[in-house]
Structures are given as C-alpha cells and as structure tokens.
Design a binder for this molecule. Structure first.
Ligand SMILES: Nc1nc2c(c(=O)[nH]1)N[C@@H](CN(C=O)c1ccc(C(=O)N[C@@H](CCC(=O)O)C(=O)O)cc1)CN2
Ligand SMILES: NCC(=O)N[C@@H]1O[C@H](COP(=O)([O-])[O-])[C@@H](O)[C@H]1O
Length: 208
C-alpha cells in the first residue's frame, strides 16, 4: 500500500479530489497526511474531518527557505511517504528539498506548461489574448514549473472570461486530471525516461 503525503497552502480542493478518489476507487494507496505551510489553510479542516493526520509547518516561523524546507521534510518523513503531492502548495522549494524527494514529488500548475510558469497564470493568459488555457501535472524539479509532464488538460478561454471564471473552469478539469495522474503513479503505470514521462498502458497525456 503506497503512502501519499499532500502539501497544501489554502482551500485544498485538489487535495479533496485526490482523497475522495483514493477512497472511492480502491487505489493501492492511502493519504497518510495533509500538511500546510499556513495554519489557517481551510483544507486542514477537511482532512481532519476525514480522519487524516494533519500538520502545519509555518514558513513565517523560519528565517530562511532552507530552514523551512528542512523542518518541512522532517515532518513529511514522519509519515514515510512514497509520494509527495503538491496541491496548491505555494512555496518555492529549495534544490536540496527537491533532491530529497526526487522522482516522487508532483505538482499541479494552472497553465499548459511550458506556457505561463509562476503565478497569476489565468490573468496573464487573458491579457495576452490566449484562446486556450489549462492545467498541467508534472514531476517537481529544482527549476520552477519545468518538471517532466505527466498529464495536461486543455480548456478554452471564452471571450467574456474573467480571471475568476477561467480559473473555475480550469479548476474543474484539475480535479479530473490530478487524481488520474496520482493513480497512475501509485499503480506504477508511468515510466520516467530522460526527463520524459511515458505511460505504460498508453493512456492519453493531453486531455482536450
Ligand atoms: N522547486 C520547485 N518548487 C515548487 C515548484 C516547482 O516546480 N519547483 N512548484 C510550485 C507550485 N507553483 C506553481 O505550480 C508555485 C508556487 C509558488 C510560487 C511562488 O512564487 N511562491 C512565492 C510565495 C507566494 C505566496 O506565498 O503566495 C515564494 O515562494 O516566494 C510559484 C509557483 C511549488 N514549489
Ligand atoms: N502555482 C501553483 C498554483 O497556482 N496552483 C494552483 O492553486 C490552486 C489551488 O487550489 P486548491 O487549493 O483548491 O487545490 C489550483 O488551481 C492549482 O492549480
């Protein structure tokens, strides 16, 4: 049984989608803990209500990124994870932390990478007149939002879209592709070769 630790910073709707899918679909895995860098993260309440261990490592309590990451890794490792899932986790992680969880840490990003790395992706897509937006699940590397891509969902940008309406439409697709990606990983359905993810059963890695 694989052990998953999920990191959040806020609402945690992607974490909820993964918890629900894991429970409903009988994955060979369980969510061992949900950990946040923010004590007020709403997702912590959901996890606790589902009987999942929760922890807080407050980034504001640490003088440096390295000190925060070291404490975060100590708390994560108490739960002996096979997979670390970033789900709206809003801290850039140091190279040492990323190396510690090399090839067993994933993230969901609200754009079709490599477009729009970083923050405020939907606002930028609208400002630049993009017709297509979306989300990407990728392995985490030291370089921000540049890890090997596992699956992507494409979402149309509508003429009257606002940042809020687009983010809601993309979020709904995130809730589909993130559980799918995590299930592939815990079922050992993916190969990571020379920075490219190959799905052993040939499942589509771009969902329109
Ligand atoms: N080394 C890596 N760390 C992280 C990655 C990654 O790919 N490599 N993914 C991010 C998730 N993310 C986008 O998907 C992201 C999160 C946070 C930021 C950011 O600029 N954070 C600021 C603080 C912002 C805030 O607190 O609201 C910061 O850390 O100074 C950019 C992209 C997770 N980490
Ligand atoms: N760069 C990281 C980033 O912006 N992640 C995004 O934050 C949201 C978290 O929502 P959630 O807390 O409801 O899952 C999601 O849309 C996720 O793609």
């Amino acid at each position: 049984m694989k052990r998953i630790v999920i990191l959040i910073s806020g609402r945690g709707s992607n974490m909820e989608a993964i918890v629900d899918a894991c429970a409903a679909e009988g994955w060979p895995a369980s969510v061992a803990a949900v950990i946040s860098n923010r004590p007020d993260a709403k997702g912590l309440q959901f996890a606790a209500a589902r009987g999942i261990a929760t922890d807080v490592v407050d980034h504001k309590q640490h003088a440096t990124r390295e000190a925060f990451d070291a404490e975060l890794a100590r708390v994560i490792d108490r739960h002996t994870p096979d997979l670390v899932v970033l789900a709206g986790f809003m801290r850039i992680l140091t190279p040492g932390f990323v190396e510690h969880y090399a090839q067993r840490m994933v993230n969901i990003h609200p754009s079709l990478l490599p477009a729009f790395t970083g923050l405020h992706t939907h606002r930028r897509a609208i400002e630049q007149g993009c017709k297509i937006a979306g989300a990407t699940v990728h392995y985490v590397t030291a370089e921000l939002d540049h890890g090997p891509i596992i699956v992507q969902a494409a979402v149309p940008v509508l003429p009257d879209d606002t940042e809020d309406s687009l983010s809601k439409r993309v979020l709904a697709r995130e809730h589909q592709i993130y559980p799918r990606a995590v299930r592939w990983i815990v079922e050992d359905a993916l190969d990571l070769r020379d920075g490219v993810v190959v799905h052993r059963r040939g499942e589509p890695q771009l969902v329109l």
